[in-house]
Structures are given as structure tokens and as C-alpha cells.
Design a protein around this ligand. Structure first.
Ligand code: 2HA
Ligand code: ZN
Length: 276
């Protein structure tokens, strides 16, 4: 089977294009990765080049040793993924130590996997452990309204979670574990990857202040839907704050507790504080 005929590659390409159409991927902004299933790698094994040289990941992810990933390329534009997937994307395989990767497919005009490969792989490694292998998709996007909020809200998990929960009733049901935030850091390296993957032990959403967002999920629908829901809520908050600085009415801590009962979700009390 050809890589581009597989369901996972088609789902990946559709998601990348959906993100582009949302306006989250100016120029080469954002990146996406998918941890392939064994049978998915086997189905396309004839198309995978196993002869290329190994390259340093820049961090160590031993629990992902030997795994295959479909990822966006560094410097590639999400806008082009749909029309030129073989130029924009690549399949990489990790070595037996989880310290190096090699390109097995794609990037036909040269290039490297995403500059945020350390963050993607460290997030995948954490999620493999905490979800028992269920999560396969890690998505980074430059979501306009969430970024705007990182200039005016305190950079605290509790504040972002509570403010975004309040903006749409579905939010606490979609992300009951809340949202985490890291202060501004240099992107692309191991340090921001360590900070983000630490948060991914507890959360499926991590905001990078003045930069964007990372989401983790089981499949393309869930992960795109999570990013979309958080960003939509942020858009409502930006609109509300633009009309006036205070709210006349909102969803109260007790309303959240009532919602939690009916929708069978656990909402941590640390997000349900009384506001001064
Ligand atoms: O340019 O989004 O964080 C890709 C990025 C880096
Ligand atoms: Zn970015």
C-alpha cells in the first residue's frame, strides 16, 4: 500500500489543512506528529527507505525506541501540505536507544523533521505511558486568541482553565483536566520540551506564552477538536473583554459542580475557586 493512500496519512493531511484554514499556521508556523501503529508501518514498509543515516533528536526518548512517526517538515508551510504532502511531510523511525531518527519517506526536496521534534517526541513518550498507548497525535498551532490572552491573563493553569471553562458550557466536558501554561521560553530545544512534557503528564493542553498551543489526543478528530474548542473559547473571551472588562453574569463554581454530576466528569476543585 502507498503511504498517501493510507487512512492515517489522509487523516493527517486533512487535519493539517483544517488547521491552515482556521488561520493557525501563518508561513511555516505550527507542526503535527502522529505515532504510527505497527500494522500501519508494516502496510507501507516497501515504501520506507531504511538506508538513510541516523540523526540526533536532541533529546532522549527510550520508550519510543524503534517507533515510526509521520511528522511535518521543518520550515514547511501547512498551506502546502494538501497539494504537496511528499515535499512537506516525512515518516521517521527512531533508533533502538530512542536518541536518533532517520527519514524513511517524504521530504523529497530535502529537509528535516519539525524544529519542535524534541517537544513532540517527549510529549509522545509521556502520553504513551499515562494513556497506555491510546494517544497518538501531538499538535502545535499558533492559535490567535489563546496567544492574545497570554498578554493579559496571569500565566497560571488555574486562571486559564477557569476563564476558558466559563466561556462555553462544553469546555469543562471537553477538557476536564484543565489547561496548563508555560511562560515564554526559547522554542525548538530540549528545555521547552522538558517543561511541556512534564505538564503533559497531567494535561492534554499546554499553552506556550506569546507563541501558541500544544494538544495531545487519541486521533486526529479528538486532537483537532480539542485545539478548536480551546481556541473558540479563547475567541469568546477576547470578544467579551473587548466589549467590557467585567462580566454581568457567568457560569459559577456551583454550576460547574452540577454540570460535572450530569456529564460524569471530575472537575478538580483547584479550578473552582471563589473570585475576589
Ligand atoms: O515554525 O511553530 O514553534 C514552527 C513552529 C515553531
Ligand atoms: Zn510554534
Amino acid at each position: 500500500m502507498k503511504v498517501l493512500e493510507t487512512e492515517f496519512a489522509r487523516g493527517f493531511i486533512r487535519m493539517a489543512n483544517d488547521g491552515w484554514e482556521q488561520g493557525w499556521h501563518e508561513r511555516n508556523g505550527g507542526n503535527l506528529s502522529y505515532r504510527m501503529k505497527k500494522e500501519e508501518a508494516e502496510a507501507v514498509i516497501e515504501e520506507l527507505d531504511q538506508t538513510r543515516s541516523w540523526q540526533e533528536i536532541g533529546t532522549s526518548v527510550p520508550k519510543l525506541a524503534g517507533e515510526y512517526f509521520l511528522v511535518t517538515g521543518s520550515g514547511k508551510f501547512f498551506r502546502n501540505v494538501k497539494d504537496r504532502p511528499e515535499d512537506s511531510l516525512c515518516i521517521i523511525q527512531l533508533d533502538e536507544q530512542g536518541e536518533k531518527y532517520r527519514i524513511c519517506w517524504g521530504l523529497v526536496n530535502g529537509g528535516r523533521p519539525t524544529s519542535e521534534l524534541p517537544s513532540h517526541l517527549m510529549n509522545h513518550e509521556v502520553k504513551l505511558e499515562v494513556t497506555g498507548g491510546k494517544h497518538r497525535v501531538i499538535y502545535h498551532a499558533h492559535t490567535t486568541n489563546v496567544i492574545a490572552l497570554t498578554f493579559v491573563l496571569p500565566l497560571k493553569d488555574e486562571v486559564f482553565t477557569r476563564e476558558l471553562w466559563e466561556m462555553a458550557t462544553e469546555c469543562p466536558v471537553v477538557f476536564p483536566d484543565g489547561i496548563s501554561v508555560v511562560g515564554w521560553m526559547v522554542p525548538g530545544g530540549r528545555e521547552i520540551a522538558v517543561a511541556t512534557s512534564e505538564l503533559m503528564k497531567k494535561y492534554d493542553v499546554a499553552i506556550w506564552a506569546h507563541h501558541g498551543m500544544f494538544c495531545s489526543g487519541e486521533d486526529f478528530d479528538q486532537t483537532f477538536g480539542l485545539m478548536h474548542t480551546v481556541e473558540k473559547s479563547a475567541e469568546i473571551l477576547v470578544k467579551t473583554l473587548s466589549m467590557r472588562p467585567d462580566k454581568l453574569q457567568t457560569i459559577t463554581p456551583q454550576s460547574f459542580r452540577d454540570l460535572a454530576v450530569d456529564f460524569h466528569v471530575e472537575l478538580p476543585e483547584r479550578f473552582l475557586y471563589e473570585k475576589k
